[in-house]
Ligand binder design. Structure first.
Ligand code: CDT
Length: 323
């Protein structure tokens, strides 16, 4: 017996998405050099009919948490204290002129709060086709370490450079559907997807920087590509949503990072994937009505979920084994 799903008899709802992978950004590359690359990808996207371009995590600079700087204020130059800034304004202007929306990751340094403290977040913004900022997402799951670990071949001091956000995973009505964001390590946590799934998300945008060498356990190095697609495909399928994962890949300051950006359908299938570790655009027409086939069957949350037996999920953080 076949059935009709929500929206299926109504108007077509789709958005042409471009995943704009970046190759490495070296330490000496200026913001304006990088913005030129972003605009070049934007022009490619325009020629291919893209409506929404997704750039990687920390897309404006090299992945600076690989170095430890004892005086953190000496690292302020890696952060943006306004968005758009003078350097990024040409990207905002060109995107608006072309009528293309975009999602951009960057390091954010806030204005002082009431006690004069400036906060540091790993941030992504979503900008609509008319140039209006739809929303801002600040990374929730911050990986790596908070102090210098001099024995490592390179640092991953994200927990020193960024506060974890307490703002959760909002979903916005935009691009004809429901759109959410997450950043890099968030994609490994099922809670990220489910928080958005419970708000009806249909399109999740995720930038990442993933060093291939995982210092705490090098046996995982060979599995980086597998784990990357494993988590995004599972998250897409289990929540009936599109997921767009976009890398900054290639060898940056001697550290090789995973590329393999991909666009995943609500079925969990990868419909587009990059083939290089450099600047590369992949595209897909994302049919948002496809989501209902999963949201209204196997993953009909309202019918099948059992939140009353999942109490540990929000009351407990680490493992507590039975005695
Ligand atoms: N940027 C980022 O979140 N990268 C992490 C690397 C984890 S290893 C410390 C990731 O999950 O890909």
């Amino acid at each position: 017996m076949s059935r009709h799903f929500t929206h299926e008899v109504g108007a077509k709802r789709s958005v042409v998405v471009g995943a704009a992978q970046l190759g490495p950004i070296q330490r000496h590359h200026s913001r304006s050099d990088v913005v030129e690359r972003l605009i070049d990808l934007l022009h490619q996207a325009h020629r291919r009919g893209v409506e929404l371009v997704v750039y990687p995590e920390l897309a404006l600079t090299t992945f600076f948490p690989r170095w430890f700087e004892t005086d953190i204020s000496k690292s302020d130059h890696w952060y943006e204290s306004s968005m758009p800034s003078a350097d990024t304004a040409p990207l905002f202007d060109e995107a608006r002129r072309l009528g293309i929306g975009f999602c951009l990751g960057y390091a954010e340094l806030t204005e002082p709060d009431s006690s004069g403290h400036r906060h540091r977040f790993n941030t992504q913004i979503l900008v609509d086709r008319d140039g209006r900022t739809v929303g801002k997402y600040r990374k929730v799951h911050i990986p790596g370490h908070e102090t210098n670990e001099p024995d490592r071949p390179f640092q991953h001091a994200e927990r020193y450079y960024f506060e974890p956000s307490d703002e959760g995973f909002p979903v916005w009505k935009a691009f004809g559907g429901y759109v959410g964001m997450m950043i890099c390590n968030d994609r490994r946590w099922p809670e990220s997807y489910r928080e958005m799934g419970l708000q009806g998300v249909e399109l999740i945008l995720c930038g990442y920087n993933t060093p291939i060498h995982y210092v705490p356990d090098p046996s995982q190095d060979i599995l980086q590509g597998f784990h990357n697609s494993l988590v995004m495909q599972a998250g897409a399928y289990q929540n009936g949503t599109w997921v767009v994962g976009v890398a900054k890949g290639g060898e940056e300051e001697g550290v090789d990072s995973l590329a393999q950006s991909c666009i995943v359908a609500p079925s969990g299938q990868i419909v587009a994937q990059t083939v290089t570790a450099g600047d590369e655009l992949i595209t897909a027409e994302c049919d948002l009505n496809w989501c209902a086939r999963y949201k209204e069957t196997l993953f009909d949350f309202d019918r099948y979920r059992r939140p009353e037996v999942y109490t540990r999920l929000t009351s407990q953080r680490g493992v507590i084994r039975p005695s």
